[in-house]
Design a protein around this ligand. Structure first.
Ligand SMILES: *Cc1c(COP(=O)(O)O)cnc(C)c1O
Length: 415
C-alpha cells in the first residue's frame, strides 16, 4: 500500500501513513477494540464523499447534491437492519461515544440517573465516568462484577436498581470477557421502570454473526462502534424500535452533531456488506475460538484471568497473583518492544492506578482477520507469557521478537 499522491506533495505525511501500514504488518494487533478492515473499506473511507455536506437524513437533506450520499446511507441502514434486526437504525454517529451521547441526549434530562458498570470492572468512560460529560451532567451510580467470580452479579444489579431508581441502565462493556445476559438486565430495568441501553461496541460482530446473544428486540436502545469486531468503517451506530426513531434521529442531528461523515458512512456500508457474507460467521466463530485458545494457554503458563477465561473475543489478565511486582504498564511496554501491541488495563478490585494498572487486556479480532487459528494463538500466548516473565531481560525479548517476526511474515496483512 503506497500513498503516491500524498508523497508527491507531502513526504512527511506519506512517511507517517506508510509507516503505519508497516507497523500494522509487522506487529500483532491485540488491542481488543481494534481490527484490520479490508482494502474495500479503506477505499470507501478514502472516497470523495468526504467532501459532501449531507445534513439531515436520506430524502430530507438540508443541502443539494445528496443523491449518492442518500444511496450510500440507505445501503448502510439496510445492511445494518439485516445484520442486527432492529426496526430503526441511525448510522450517523461519528463514534461509539457519540452514539451513546445521542441516546442520553434524546431520552434524559440533566440530573437524571444512570446506573452503569464501574470503569475498572470493564465499563466505559461514556457510561458516566467523572472525566466524561456524562459524569458531570447526570447522577451516576455504578454496579460491579462479583469479586469472587469476575462475572456480573445480576442479582446485586437488580437490588441496586430498585434502591437507586435510575432513569437508564447501561449494559455492554469494554473489558468484560463473558457473555452478557441482556435479558436479566432488562428485568432489572423493567422493575425499576428505567430505559435500558445495551452498548455492544466491542461485540457488534459477534452479535451480528450469532455467536453472542443479541440485545436488539429485548432492550430499548442498542449502540455500538462500527470498527471493532464488525470490521466496518470507523464510527458509531444507534438501533432502536420505531417508536423511538423520532427521539433518536433529531438528537444525533441537529441535537449533537453537524454534517455526517459520509465517507465513514460509506465505510460502514461496505463493511456491513462484507459482514453479511457467509465467511463472516466463520470469522466471528474463529475469533471466539482463538480467544479461548489464548486464554487456555495463558492459564497453563500460570497467568490468572479475570473470570477464569472467556466467552468472547478478549481476555483480561490479572498479574497480581502470578507477578506481584510486574505492573500492566511493564508488561504492555515489554510486549510492544517485541511487536505485540495490547494495553494495560484495570482489573476488578484494582490496587494500583488507571494509568499503571495491574492487568493487561488482549483480544483476537485483528489476529483472526490475519488468518490466525487456535494453534497460532497458543503460540502467541507462549510469547506473551515468556515476555511477562522476563520483561526486563533483553535476551528473552530478542528471542520473542524473532518469534513474532516469524508469525507476521507468515500471515501478511496489507500489500
Ligand atoms: C469502544 C467503546 C465505546 C466507544 O467507542 P468510540 O468509537 O471509541 O467512541 C463505547 N462503549 C464501549 C463499551 C466501548 O468499548
Amino acid at each position: 500500500m503506497s500513498y503516491e499522491h500524498v508523497r508527491d506533495v507531502d513526504p512527511a505525511a506519506a512517511d507517517a501513513l506508510e509507516g503505519e501500514v508497516r507497523r500494522q504488518n509487522d506487529t500483532l494487533a491485540m488491542i481488543a477494540s481494534e481490527n484490520h478492515v479490508s482494502e474495500a473499506v479503506l477505499e470507501a473511507q478514502g472516497s470523495a464523499l468526504t467532501n459532501k455536506y449531507a445534513e439531515g437524513y436520506p430524502g430530507e437533506r438540508y443541502y443539494a447534491g445528496c443523491e449518492y450520499a442518500d444511496e450510500i446511507e440507505e445501503l448502510a441502514i439496510e445492511r445494518a437492519t439485516e445484520l442486527w434486526g432492529a426496526e430503526h437504525v441511525n448510522v450517523q454517529p461519528h463514534s461509539g461515544t457519540q452514539a451513546n451521547q445521542g441516546v442520553y441526549y434524546a431520552m434524559l434530562e440533566p440530573g437524571d440517573k444512570i446506573l452503569s458498570l464501574e470503569l475498572e470492572h470493564g465499563g466505559h468512560l461514556s457510561h458516566g465516568h467523572p472525566a466524561n460529560f456524562t459524569g458531570e451532567l447526570y447522577e451516576v451510580e455504578q454496579y460491579e462484577v462479583d469479586p469472587e467470580t469476575g462475572y456480573i452479579d445480576y442479582e446485586a444489579l437488580q437490588t441496586h436498581a430498585e434502591e437507586f431508581d435510575p432513569d437508564i441502565i447501561v449494559s455492554g462493556y469494554s473489558a468484560y470477557p463473558r457473555e452478557v445476559d441482556f435479558e436479566a438486565i432488562q428485568e432489572a430495568a423493567d422493575a425499576a421502570d428505567a430505559y435500558h441501553l445495551a452498548d455492544i461496541a466491542h461485540i457488534t460482530g459477534l452479535v451480528a454473526a450469532g455467536v453472542h446473544q443479541n440485545p436488539v428486540g429485548t432492550v430499548d436502545f442498542v449502540t455500538g462502534s462500527t470498527h471493532k469486531t464488525i470490521r466496518a468503517g470507523r464510527g458509531g451506530i444507534i438501533m432502536c424500535d420505531e417508536e423511538y426513531a423520532d427521539d433518536i434521529d433529531p438528537a444525533v442531528f441537529p441535537g449533537s452533531q453537524g454534517g455526517p461523515l459520509m465517507h465513514n458512512v460509506a465505510g460502514k456500508a461496505v463493511g456491513f456488506n462484507e459482514a453479511l457474507q457467509p465467511e463472516f460467521e466463520a470469522y466471528a466463530e474463529q475469533t471466539v475460538q482463538n480467544a479461548k485458545a489464548l486464554a487456555d494457554q495463558l492459564r497453563k503458563r500460570g497467568l490468572s484471568l479475570v473470570s477464569g477465561g472467556t466467552d468472547n473475543h478478549l481476555v483480561l489478565v490479572d498479574l497480581r497473583d502470578s507477578h506481584p511486582d510486574t505492573t500492566g504498564k511493564n508488561a504492555e511496554e515489554a510486549l510492544e518492544d517485541v511487536g505485540i501491541v495490547l494495553n494495560a488495563n484495570t482489573v476488578p478490585g484494582e490496587t494500583r492506578s488507571a494509568f499503571n494498572p495491574s492487568g493487561i487486556r488482549a483480544g483476537t479480532p485483528a489476529l483472526t482477520t490475519r488468518g490466525f487459528d487456535e494453534s497460532t494463538c497458543r503460540a502467541v500466548a507462549d510469547i506473551i507469557a515468556d515476555v511477562v516473565d522476563g520483561y526486563d531481560d533483553e535476551d528473552v525479548k530478542a528471542e520473542a521478537a524473532e518469534r513474532v517476526r516469524n508469525l507476521t511474515d507468515a500471515y501478511p496483512l496489507y500489500e
